[in-house]
Design a protein around this ligand. Structure first.
Ligand code: ZN
Length: 460
């Protein structure tokens, strides 16, 4: 029988005294105190605490259960613990650990970019960062718990005035502990927009302005590069695209189901033509998107990306579409096929060999890891795969249950303890070392999967 490792914290401190990432941890501890783990998830009440009303308690219990559901397909696991401990300072024994050293061996760190990193904050620095206030409503437990886990994974200091700053400081500290030359590709995130291109904040989950992320990349060029997020229905989309390219954007990022974008809509054609002319890659989420909710998972069907592909756009399919099923619109649309198989179909089409790639962000999550074996096996794809973490998600401890990667013979058990320690200190390094350590029958991902920067090189 395995228990939640973190256990109940006796004598909680007042939240103002808590270090970054821990205020949420305290709040959420209430919810997970009610989750009993016996090789899986069961939700039910434990010893009630007097200062929690029954009503509130139910919400938190619901929140805990919702967290397990939202993450999942019931692959959300508490067996590695619940919260990221948000430790600082990489100790020498980890920095010089043979597993970490061998992860860097054979790679040119200057070419190693983590090509899928998110930024968020509450705008308390005047950044324009925004998230939907509904994420702060405990009676909407899914978003509430989700946000709590993201805050914890990125070790944000939630005291007013510290949120934006602490997110960036933590990210930079992690970049500094990577080999010199490493860069994180940070994503802006446009509003969900209506069919006329007007922002719909009430239906958006979060917003990250292009200018903010461009500014970070300009301020920290040794560690950060950036991708714009431009909704193709925005009447100013083409001007924004030109401006982003002029400001050094390396790509454009979309999550179609969250932003109300149909990649197969002819309205996107002018945008595609400009992207192709600028040679700016489009990184677009495909497969189900369970982290950010919105306008229907059908928008993430990989087959909808035929349109930009046929227009000559360089398309990066985020997560290799590794979640959910899509209608097989190539064959009338009646049959449901796994999105990953639809992605595989596109990858195997000779026409798309030069402009379709996949990123391997988040593939080690419990609900996605079924594709890891195939991706390792398909060595003919490796030149078209990009390593990426989906930062800060790998810092959400229950999302990646390391032992099941070992159970599937994809990870050496000797790596488990080192990886667990890395996750609490440096999520970027954790994800990188984990991906470098994955192997099937002794063969891991090719070096090219990690040397990603050439793909984003801009024409001079
Ligand atoms: Zn992502």
């Amino acid at each position: 029988m395995e228990q939640v490792e973190e256990g109940v914290e006796k004598g909680r401190k007042s939240s103002a005294d808590l270090p970054p990432g821990q205020r949420t941890r305290q709040a959420f501890q209430h919810s997970v105190d009610n989750i009993h783990v016996r090789g899986g998830i069961h939700c039910g009440p434990k010893d009630p605490e007097p200062h929690f009303t029954l009503m509130k308690r139910r919400y938190f219990i619901g929140a805990g259960c919702a967290a397990s559901l939202l993450a999942t397909g019931c692959d959300f696991s508490l067996r590695d613990g619940v919260f990221n401990a948000c430790r600082t300072d990489l100790p020498a024994d980890l920095r010089d650990h043979p597993l970490v050293l061998s992860a860097w061996r054979g790679l040119d760190p200057a070419k190693v970019w983590d090509t899928h990193c998110h930024v968020f904050g509450d705008g308390d620095s005047g950044s324009g960062l925004w998230y939907n206030p509904r994420l702060d409503q405990v009676w909407r437990p899914t978003g509430y718990v989700q946000k709590g886990f993201y805050v914890n994974a990125s070790c944000v200091d939630e005291r007013p005035g510290n949120v934006d700053r602490s997110f960036v400081e933590r990210l930079l500290a992690q970049c500094r502990d990577m080999a010199p030359g490493f860069h994180a590709l940070l994503f802006a995130f446009d509003w969900a927009r209506d069919d006329a291109g007007a922002p719909m904040p009430e239906r958006s989950t979060f917003h990250v302005p292009d200018d903010y992320v461009a500014g970070l990349a300009k301020k920290y060029p040794a560690h950060l590069v950036w991708a714009a997020s431009i909704h193709p229905y925005d009447p100013r989309a083409l001007d924004r695209l030109d401006a982003a390219a002029g400001s050094g954007a390396r790509a454009v990022k979309w999550i179609p189901s969250a932003q109300n974008i149909d990649p197969a809509d002819p309205r996107c054609d002018r945008f595609y033509a400009r992207l192709a002319a600028l040679k700016l890659p489009l990184i677009t989420h495909a497969g189900d998107e369970r982290a950010v909710h919105g306008f229907g998972e059908h928008l993430g069907n990989p087959l909808r990306l035929r349109r930009p592909l046929d227009a000559g756009v360089k398309v990066v399919v985020a997560h290799c579409a590794s979640l959910g099923d899509g209608h097989d619109t190539d064959k009338g649309g009646a049959a449901l096929v796994s999105n990953f198989d639809l992605f595989a179909r596109l990858m195997d089409e000779p026409n798309y060999r030069s402009n379709l790639v996949g990123d391997i962000a988040a593939i080690t999550q419990g609900n996605r890891m079924g594709v890891v074996g195939t991706l390792l096996e398909r060595r003919d794809w490796h030149a078209r795969l990009l390593n990426a973490s989906d930062y800060p998600l790998p810092g959400v401890v229950p999302l990646i249950y390391l032992k099941s990667l070992f159970d599937q013979k994809l990870l050496d058990p000797a790596a488990l303890e080192v990886l667990r320690r890395l996750r609490d200190i440096n999520v970027l390094l954790f994800d990188f070392v984990l991906k470098r350590s994955l192997a099937l029958d002794g063969r891991g991902f090719s070096a090219s999967v990690f040397e990603t920067s050439p793909f984003f090189k801009r024409p001079s």
